[in-house]
Design a protein around this ligand. Structure first.
Ligand SMILES: O=C(O)CCC(=O)C(=O)O
Ligand SMILES: [Fe+2]
Length: 487
């Protein structure tokens, strides 16, 4: 927790220095009506691939767009109350996570629980036929994106190999004389080639396990932040790297903004300086680089884009708002080593192995008071409480909107956690016993104190979060319940 905090502070200081350096000037950026737009894209943003709507079958478009509308009409999208730099912030976009059964995705200290898409070997009940069809359609898009991402990566590889064979295909500095320095030019391509992408990697870096679907209706958002470095206009999602992904995995996004007759007609495009504020764009920039111009790529209904390989690490992206309501389905390979139900159940099993219920009295005793063992139990106790239960309780009943799938496993986790609460109580009783030797008492305390202190701090933080103004105002009221043992 603390390490994260200091990293965040450093980043913030770096950002402030950059903004100060800028003063009241904007950094340059290019968009589709600028002459050098495609040239800049090819040289500095070559791992950003756009697939226009016309390249995708009409049938798939129909299914996906209908899925979005069904989810919206059923009230399945929710703004997240995330935590940035120690502050609670309500995201302008509303979201839903759909994915493999039991998977979660954590971003900005918020764990989202995936509504499962239909998966072989899993019995999934949806609230109605429309939601069931929506999840199925998104799974179909997911498989399609998996195949397309592999094709895109292979194409990219081949192109880079050709470029290295004949360097005369040079997208060089002469094209941006005033904007860039030579040393930056080919680094984009070089990094890809030197890391080479093998077949197994191709597969694992495109096997999407979740999609985070975003929705925003701009006229309903009375405040949107202005893009701070380039003057790109209003942002729906600020500059960021996507978190919690398998390293170098591709992100695939389907974009759908629909025509709303209430949106005012834009003035003549000829007059425009910079990007068209009526159209949604994806903004791209190289992280911590103020020499290379930024890029604002317009997105039209049905367009998809891919962020290949390490683009998400070397670059940042943001979403620039247009005027129409928009959905995007962002398919990701979430880093899931500690983010699945299977994982947390296995952890709980480890902890509960140290507890034994006396059949006659029902009393719980501990099998061992060995230091490292009780330390591990208390760590697991914190993990299940703060990474799973409180995250789930906080988001209230939003998960029941589509399916009751999470209900039963979360009840089970809650039962495991209650048993761990008793285990903590028992360990403390043991340490307090008069017959407990002083050394043993010290050993117990030394091993469990850090976890208990962290628990107390995090409980305070969570309770404040639930009781905060924003927390209380969530569409899906957070549950502030604290089981009786804590009261
Ligand atoms: O909506 C998009 O196109 C991308 C959204 C995004 O960057 C995100 O959700 O992380
Ligand atoms: Fe993103």
């Amino acid at each position: 927790m603390k390490r994260n905090g200091s990293r965040e502070k450093e980043k913030e200081a770096k950002k402030q220095r950059l903004l100060e350096q800028l003063g009241d000037r904007w950094l340059p950026y290019l968009t589709s009506h600028d002459t050098d737009f495609h040239q800049l894209w090819r040289t500095k943003y070559s791992k950003f691939i756009l697939k226009e709507a016309s390249e995708v079958s009409e049938e798939l478009h129909q299914e996906i767009q209908q899925a979005f509308v069904n989810l919206l009409e059923h009230g399945c999208f929710f703004q997240d109350l995330v935590r940035i730099k120690g502050k609670d912030v309500l995201t302008p976009v509303s979201r839903i996570l759909i994915g493999n059964p039991g998977y979660t995705y954590k971003y900005l200290n918020t764990r989202l629980f995936a509504i499962p898409w239909p998966t072989e070997g899993h019995e999934i009940q949806y609230i109605n036929e429309k939601i069931s069809a929506a999840c199925e359609a998104l799974n179909k898009l997911n498989s399609y994106f998996h195949d397309e991402a592999i094709v895109a990566l292979q194409k990219y590889n081949n192109l880079q190999a050709k470029k290295l064979e004949s360097p005369s295909v040079s997208d060089t500095e002469q094209d941006f004389p005033g904007l860039m320095k030579k040393e930056y030019i080919l680094e984009d391509q070089r990094s890809f080639h030197s890391h080479g992408t093998q077949c197994a990697n191709l597969e694992s870096r495109t096997s999407y396990n979740v999609t985070l679907i975003n929705y925003m209706d701009p006229p309903k958002m009375f405040y949107l932040k202005q893009e701070p470095y380039f003057g790109m206009g209003k942002m729906a999602v600020s500059w960021h790297h996507d978190e919690n992904l398998v390293e170098r995995s591709t992100v695939a996004v389907y974009n759908y903004s629909y025509k709303d007759p209430l949106v005012p007609k834009m003035k003549d495009k000829e007059d425009l300086k910079g990007r068209d504020p009526a159209i949604w764009h994806i903004g791209l920039k190289i992280a911590w680089d103020i020499k290379t111009p930024g890029l604002a790529v317009p997105l039209y209904p049905g367009d998809s884009y891919f962020m290949l390989d390490d683009l998400n690490m070397t670059h940042q992206h943001c979403v620039l708002s247009g005027l129409q309501p928009r959905f995007s389905s962002t398919h990701r390979v979430a880093e899931s080593s500690t983010g699945t139900l299977e994982y947390i159940f296995a952890r709980c099993q480890v902890a509960l192995q140290n507890s034994e219920k006396k059949t006659d009295s029902g009393i719980i005793i501990l099998k061992s008071l060995e230091g490292t063992l009780i330390e591990q139990v208390e760590k697991i106790h914190n993990e299940v409480e703060f990474e799973w239960l409180r995250q789930f309780w906080f988001q209230g009943n939003r998960y029941r909107k589509c399916s009751n799938w999470w209900h039963q496993p979360m009840m089970k986790l809650e039962d495991f956690w209650k048993e761990m609460e008793v285990m903590t109580h028992v360990v403390l009783c043991e340490a307090r016993k008069v017959e407990c030797p002083v050394e043993k008492r010290h050993e117990i305390i030394n091993y469990i104190l850090p976890s208990l202190t962290e628990r107390q701090e995090l409980r305070k933080e969570w309770i404040a979060r639930c009781q905060s103004h924003l927390g209380q105002g969530l569409t899906s009221r957070p549950e502030t319940r604290v089981p009786s043992i804590l009261e």
